[in-house]
Design a binder for this molecule. Structure first.
Ligand SMILES: C[S@@+](CC[C@H](N)C(=O)[O-])C[C@H]1O[C@@H](n2cnc3c(N)ncnc32)[C@H](O)[C@@H]1O
Ligand code: SF4
Length: 402
């Protein structure tokens, strides 16, 4: 492999951009507010009590407008014209805490500085307990096209371990309300492997998901993140750590049920009913596209340069107010880093990794993973994980990069 094209550098000054990379362009907006903190979550989010008077949804929205304007000015100075925005994804935190009018204002703020492509995918994450039929009608009218709901489980005792505040039936009811409001594309997020979850609980969750008539499901194993309340409970022995064999069996169960219901995997943790149902925004990340990540702690990537914002909403607003992008650091990706990311992300996709993208030195590793039944060479010369390989996707990546 060749050495990096430009020296990697990290500092707190403004990122130096070269140009757009030529792929699809998306905008991610990070909403850093939650009503309460779930014990397993280490995302950049704050409760009202933690923020006090230092930041509010209104000060965040004002700062967001400032950041979007600064980014649009910076992009306008690049050699290529700023592409139309193919996808917008409002995530968090809990975007639905902003209410329908608040989310409409977020989309207006994006539209004030950027041009949305015809047929753009516009998603918002939402927590089931902060949604209603009126909420979905308002955001549909505002231009959102897709809703992603954090369901996690249909079992009350699992939701309790996760500190989720919605009742077991609320996520499915919210999905139905979203569909009734005109959303063709609705995702339900599941978490599997929570301490105390039994096979029957997972089956009940899958029954509920399939009964909701959604066209997309994401299922992630519970990760015990360092520094979380969950990690402390596991360390104290109050809860057992998720078991790898149980996680693998649960994944197979999820895949079998979703597949039988006509939802196919297109990324290791994501299933869609058809091509129109895949999350184009996330595909942009996995395919190495360009995106602006706006909001506290958000990450951006444009043409091989990536930067990440300061995390605290008050510091973020201060930095936006001072002019310039509110970056905490940035780096120009070298050839080695781009290669690593390409392999790590493309291997997890159903479309697979083009064999031509792999270094010649990886050929023996390709032979090994194919011989071991973890991947196949497709007819169009891509390396595609088998069902068994999906359970060991990280190991396949390590093998290819080793
Ligand atoms: C960070 S949340 C933001 C959206 C919304 N607040 C929610 O909870 O659905 C996005 C997804 O990440 C999942 N998530 C967060 N921490 C996780 C962890 N430690 N393990 C697995 N999934 C996690 C959440 O459960 C949720 O489905
Ligand atoms: S609601 Fe979502 S973002 Fe907020 S703490 Fe829970 S998992 Fe994290």
């Amino acid at each position: 492999m060749s050495s990096p094209a430009a020296p990697a550098c990290t500092d707190t000054s403004a990122p130096v951009l070269n140009d757009f990379g030529g792929g699809p362009f998306g905008i991610y907006v990070h909403v850093p507010f939650c009503a309460t903190r779930c014990g397993y979550c280490d995302f950049n989010t704050y409760t009202a009590g933690e923020l006090g008077t230092s930041a509010s949804p209104q000060s965040w929205l004002d700062a967001l407008r400032g950041e979007l304007a600064t980014a649009a000015r910076k992009f306008a100075a690049l050699p290529s014209t700023t592409p139309e925005v193919a996808t917008v994804f409002v995530g968090g935190g809990t975007p639905s805490l902003l209410g329908g009018d608040g989310l409409a204002a977020v989309l207006d703020a994006v539209r004030a500085e950027f041009t949305l492509a015809a047929g753009a995918e516009v998603t918002t994450e939402s927590n089931p307990e902060s949604t209603s039929p009126e909420f979905f009608e308002r955001i549909r009218a505002a231009g959102f096209t897709r809703v992603s709901l954090g369901m996690q489980s249909a079992a009350q005792h699992v939701l309790r371990v996760l500190d989720r505040t919605h009742t077991p039936g609320r996520a499915v009811a919210a999905a139905r309300e979203a569909r009734a409001a005109g959303f063709d594309h609705v995702n339900l997020d599941l978490i599997y492997g929570t301490p105390g979850e039994r096979d029957a609980d997972l089956d009940a969750s899958l029954d509920a998901v399939l009964g909701a008539g959604v066209d997309h499901v994401s299922a992630y194993s519970l990760i015990v993140e360092d520094g979380t309340a969950l990690a402390r409970r596991v360390r104290r022995g109050e809860l057992p750590a998720p078991d790898d064999d149980v996680l693998a069996a649960r994944y197979e169960r999820i895949d079998a049920r979703l597949r039988a219901a006509g939802l196919g995997w297109y990324e290791v943790s994501n299933w869609a009913a058809d091509e129109a149902a895949v999350c184009r925004h996330n595909l942009g990340y996995w395919d190495g596209g360009d995106w602006l990540g706006a909001g506290p702690g958000a990450h951006s990537h444009v043409g091989g340069v990536r930067w990440w914002n300061v995390k605290h909403p008050a510091r973020y607003a201060d930095r936006v107010g001072a002019g310039g992008l509110p970056a905490a650091g940035w780096e120009a990706l070298g050839a080695d880093e781009r290669y690593l990311e390409r392999v790590m992300l493309a291997v997890r996709l159903r479309s697979g990794l083009p064999l031509a993208d792999l270094a010649p030195s990886a050929t023996p590793a390709v032979d090994r993973v194919v011989t071991d039944g973890l991947a196949v060479r497709s007819e169009d010369d891509r390396l595609v994980l088998t069902d068994c390989g999906r359970l060991l996707a990280d190991g396949v990546v390590r093998e290819l990069l080793g």
